[in-house]
Design a protein around this ligand. Structure first.
Ligand code: DP6
Length: 315
């Protein structure tokens, strides 16, 4: 038997960075994200008589990027499947296949989409195999969080608030934002986000981080609710710089920005200065620059995309 599922990724505007509990991925501060419905992971599970679960790339015409999961990443993915099987007291094994329609491992939050898709697929398979009651999305999101924190936000759309063990959709304007990302590098990150969550807490700047994030969450929720776009842009801008400053000031410093990231950021902040308007701009744990445009900024989004596309790949 085979089962299939897919899930979108999401981009955090208030970041999940630092954990209260690393085993179950309980965050230190609340995060607010926007679900990117076009950037998706696809997962297939096939029952096998093999003596262990295994992973392989999924061949699927929709999945234009085949992830090259290294051994550690495969183990992490399969560990999450093991956790899900345990929930259902299921002892059989599966071949897991996965792929994305966007490049993995370069700060495009591919783990959010892939862990959400794996959770959806496994719950579907395990519910059928063990004749269990159907599980609701909130319960699935909670299980998914234990595999990778940010994946719990991919169960809802478009605006999602995650605090402690609770994740839910929030009602805010701007339900149909346009997303582009300037992909300045496809290179895999050297420090994965789980390690980043640990290291940021060694920075002297981590003092007050939770309060800053919570304050920005209040500000951003207010700006979005009142459609104060420029104020939202400024809060989101400060938030990603705060996170990247924590990376660079950890006891064992690390970073993701590349010269090209700064070129894109300079261009975009100048665009804002010259036009009094522009996109929300953020970076995850990677060098690529995410832009969110209002629906009425479609022409601007096109102009900016075409300008950036002269030098970078823009998705
Ligand atoms: C920088 O969800 O990848 O993207 O829970 O250890 O799997 P784990 O971490 P992960 O962290 C994502 C961090 C971030 C910010 C965010 O998405 O909020």
């Amino acid at each position: 038997m085979k089962w299939q599922a897919e899930a979108p990724t999401n981009i955090a505007l208030i970041k999940y960075m630092g954990k209260k509990d690393a085993t179950s991925n309980i965050p230190l501060n609340a995060s607010l994200s926007y679900t990117l419905d076009n950037l998706r992971s696809f997962v297939e599970l096939e029952q096998t008589i093999n003596s262990a679960d295994s992973w392989e790339p999924l061949q699927d015409p929709r999945a234009t990027f085949i992830p090259e999961l290294n051994t550690i990443e495969q183990q992490r993915f399969l560990r999450h499947l093991a956790l899900l099987k345990k929930q259902f007291n299921y002892t059989g094994n599966f071949i897991v296949r996965s792929a994305n329609n966007f490049p993995a491992g370069c700060g495009l939050a591919s783990s959010a989409a892939s862990f959400a898709a794996l959770t959806l697929c496994a719950v579907q398979a395990l519910t059928a195999l063990s004749h269990a009651e159907p599980m609701d999305r909130t319960a699935m999101a909670e299980l998914s969080r234990q595999g990778s924190g940010s994946s719990c936000r991919s169960f809802f759309s478009p605006w999602v608030l995650w605090r402690d063990a609770k994740v839910a959709k929030v009602n805010l304007p701007y339900q149909d934002l346009l997303h582009h990302v300037a992909v300045v590098s496809h290179q895999k990150k050297l420090v994965n986000s789980s390690e980043a969550h640990r290291r940021v807490q060694t920075s002297a700047l981590f003092n007050g981080r939770v309060e800053r994030a919570e304050q920005r969450l209040i500000e951003l929720s207010h700006s979005l609710a009142h459609q104060e776009w420029r104020a939202a842009y400024l809060t989101v801008w400060q938030e990603f710089w705060d996170m990247h400053a924590l990376f660079q000031t950890a006891k064992q410093p690390f970073g993701y920005l590349q010269p090209a990231s700064l070129t894109v950021l300079d261009y975009l902040s100048e665009y804002w200065e010259n036009n009094g308007d522009g996109p929300l701009i953020t970076l995850d744990a990677g060098p690529n620059v995410h832009m969110l445009f209002r629906a009425d900024q479609a022409a601007m989004a096109n102009e900016i995309k075409n300008t950036l596309a002269k030098n970078f790949e823009v998705i």
